[in-house]
Design a protein around this ligand. Structure first.
Ligand code: SF4
Length: 235
């Protein structure tokens, strides 16, 4: 994570830059979904320099860490020409959820956790993707058991557009090599042992040797650890 350093994967970064330009030209309009994690910052940096026609969006679930909001702010100042969009859940949906079950009901059952993710993430994602031809993510095969078969390109049947995962074959060390070499801003949570960035109550630091997504919904079965944003064949 933050402490990892390795030779910059220049060749891989060049290939990803070419791929982003190709996506931007062939699948316009295209958008990057950024959770403000390290991988998303690599892609945000590459898009700002190599494929400025691609927009970037983040989902403000209302339950993010202060460090994540700080990075959201930094993205706006560091990349002033970037088309950066922030989507929030519908206030009425959040009110109904919290009034019905309480603010932290996601710990009580998988069903309630998925309801919360649906309101705070999936529905805003659908608005963010509407009208686009393709979306891009920072997912990698090595992140978790749910992503080991991740393909670089798929058809997202649920959302009706192409989905690209240009960092699918990158290692964690390669991601950090790029961030260090290019002075890319990153989430301070990574310095505290967080490998994956998500909502504050549902994400925690991981121990050495743990699966990179072990800190997400740690009370659940590893096979269930996706939030509904990535429910295609690879997840
Ligand atoms: S990650 Fe947790 S707080 Fe965030 S939307 Fe899902 S259940 Fe709700």
């Amino acid at each position: 994570m933050g402490a990892v350093t390795e030779t910059l994967p220049e060749a891989k970064a060049r290939r990803v830059a070419e791929e982003l330009r190709r996506i931007g030209a062939a699948h316009s309009p295209a958008v990057l979904a950024s959770s403000l994690g390290a991988e998303d910052m690599v892609l945000t940096d590459l898009i700002s320099r190599e494929a400025p026609g691609i927009a970037v969006f983040s989902l403000d679930t209302g339950r993010l860490n202060a460090e994540t909001y700080e990075l959201m702010q930094q993205v706006k100042t560091r990349y002033p020409d970037l088309d950066y969009r922030i989507y929030a859940p519908e206030a009425a949906d959040v009110e109904a959820l919290v009034q019905g079950y309480g603010p932290n009901a996601f710990y009580e059952s998988l069903d309630l956790r998925k309801q919360c993710c649906h309101v705070r993430k999936v529905k805003p994602l659908q608005r963010a993707l509407a009208g686009n031809s393709a979306w891009i993510t920072g997912m990698r095969r090595l992140q978790s058991v749910t992503r080991k078969d991740l393909e670089p390109e798929t058809w997202d049947e649920a959302n009706g557009l192409y989905k690209f995962n240009p960092l699918y074959d990158w290692s964690q060390a390669e991601v950090w090599g790029y961030i260090r070499a290019h002075g890319v801003p990153y989430n301070a949570l990574h310095e505290q042992g967080y490998a994956s960035v998500g909502c504050a109550p549902c994400t925690r630091p991981i121990a050495a040797g743990e699966d990179e997504r072990a800190g997400r919904w740690w009370w659940e079965d590893p096979e269930a650890k996706e939030c509904g944003l990535h429910l295609n064949r690879e997840s």
